[in-house]
Design a protein around this ligand. Structure first.
Ligand code: KE4
Length: 429
């Protein structure tokens, strides 16, 4: 496949941007390829600098549930941008978005808009520590909550493992306050609360893990975490940056009937522009400055353009909730079809799918946590990724990400994707 123009741009990019990208996953290093440079997106498609078009299952890593350049989003942005780009002052539209988030996300009583998912989770951790006066937090191996120091912690598994710096620059004194445990296992959580009695400020968890591939919560896991947090005076924080408005207007908490103290949002609520949000119960959120003393701020928080794109996206979803059924069915067809073809080719694979999120693990399974997900055949995934990209199908360049279907995908897109599968999988055996 011709990629001269992307290659040329990548060579230029690497001279002035570390790794040639502004976010590491985009470099495609884990699949041994160079990235293609995108010129435009429309609906379920992307075009690169060499004129190649792709059926896009990355969707900007989740925000584009309506697909690229949706007319309602473009129109809202055109109206907003004609009035200016940022005021650094309150606006009526950010109140409207806050009210819409409170209306849709069951546990929310108040919400603070920020600029990214990282800012939302970073603030959630600071708020939990500020409200409880405690320093330790529990997260789960393989869950990714953005790149704030306390959350960028790779950790061993096992009971109450003290985090080890997941990245140079994260001071050990800080990393040790993060206890990272195996997903889907309540026993280590219980033991952590016993070992660090009265010292744990919060549990933060992805209700459906989307950053170790897609790993579903086992039945008692999330309610068990909520109960253990409550019993021990810690906050229960759901990181719904991916699942918020992805698994329905009420997110994962609506689907699973959860009532977290805090919820982190991002991606879809910005419609492809930089937005995050932290929301929760009034008695917790009111500790945030200027009402309370836990500080958080942002020059572009509640930015009018990002708010306009987010409002248009959520209002479009609200106006036609059948979108969710449609994209779930397409995602199911895609996931089941890929699994069937891979098994027919004799490959050891496991498929997970929920809503419009799915993942094919090159792994005999079961995959229930990061340790089992990490047993996947990453070389085989890399060949799968390369072959699909050359067939014009754009997947996330990592086994540990999520395949997203948008409202712009059609049955024909899924059929075209599945039609490429037999030859691809045959070459993997
Ligand atoms: P951002 O700071 O990238 O907006 O959000 C961080 C974040 C928080 N929580 C969850 C559950 C997330 O998935 C993310 C970010 N997701 C990754 C991809 N899985 C973003 C892609 C990237 O890092 O470029």
């Amino acid at each position: 496949m011709k990629d001269d123009n992307s290659q040329k741009l990548f060579n230029e990019a690497r001279k002035v941007i570390p790794g040639g990208v502004n976010s590491p996953v985009r470099a495609c290093r884990s699949v041994g390829m160079d990235p293609v440079f995108i010129t435009r997106g429309q609906g379920a498609r992307l075009w690169d600098e060499d004129g190649q078009s792709y059926i896009d299952y990355v969707g900007s890593w989740g925000p584009l549930i309506l697909g690229h350049a949706h007319p309602a989003v473009i129109a809202a942005l055109e109206t907003a941008i004609s009035q200016g780009t940022s005021f650094g002052a309150p606006t009526g539209t950010e109140v409207k978005l806050a009210e819409l988030l409170v209306e849709c996300v069951p546990s929310l009583e108040m919400v603070r808009l920020v600029n990214s998912g990282t800012e939302a989770t970073m603030t959630a951790v600071r708020l939990a520590r500020g409200v409880t006066g405690r320093s330790y937090i529990i997260k789960f191996d393989g869950c990714y909550h953005g790149h704030a120091d306390s959350l960028l912690v790779a950790a061993g598994s096992g009971v109450a493992t003290l985090g080890i710096p997941g990245s140079p620059g994260v001071p050990e004194v800080l990393a040790r306050l993060t206890i990272s445990l195996p997903y889907n296992n309540l026993k280590p959580v219980k033991e952590a609360f016993q070992s660090f009695e009265g010292q744990i400020a919060a549990i933060i968890v992805e209700p459906v893990a989307g950053n170790m591939g897609v790993v579903l919560p086992q039945e008692e896991f999330l309610p068990g975490c909520a109960e253990l947090a409550r019993e021990n005076g810690a906050l229960f924080i759901l990181d719904e940056v991916i699942t918020g408005f992805r698994l329905g207007l009420n997110g994962a908490q609506g689907r699973f009937g959860l009532d977290p103290d805090l919820t982190c949002l991002g991606k879809i609520i910005g419609g492809g522009l930089p937005v995050g949000a932290l929301g929760g119960k009034k008695d917790v959120m009111s500790h945030l400055a200027p009402e309370g003393s836990v500080y958080q701020a942002g020059t572009l928080a509640g930015n009018p353009l990002a708010v306009a794109a987010g409002l248009a996206t959520i209002e479009t979803l609200k106006a036609d909730p059948s979108i969710y059924d449609r994209i779930e069915k397409l995602s199911q067809t895609l996931a089941e079809g890929l699994l069937k073809e891979a098994k027919k080719a004799g490959l050891a694979v496991t498929g997970h799918q929920i809503g419009s999120m799915s993942c094919l693990f090159f792994n005999p399974g079961p995959v229930t946590d990061y340790a089992s997900a990490a047993n996947s055949n990453l070389d085989m995934f890399a060949c799968f990724y390369k072959a699909f990209r050359e067939a014009g199908i754009y997947l996330a360049p990592s086994q540990f990400e999520t395949t997203f279907v948008s409202a712009a995908h059609t049955e024909s897109d899924i059929e075209k994707t599945l039609a490429a599968a037999p030859a691809v999988f045959k070459n993997l055996t």
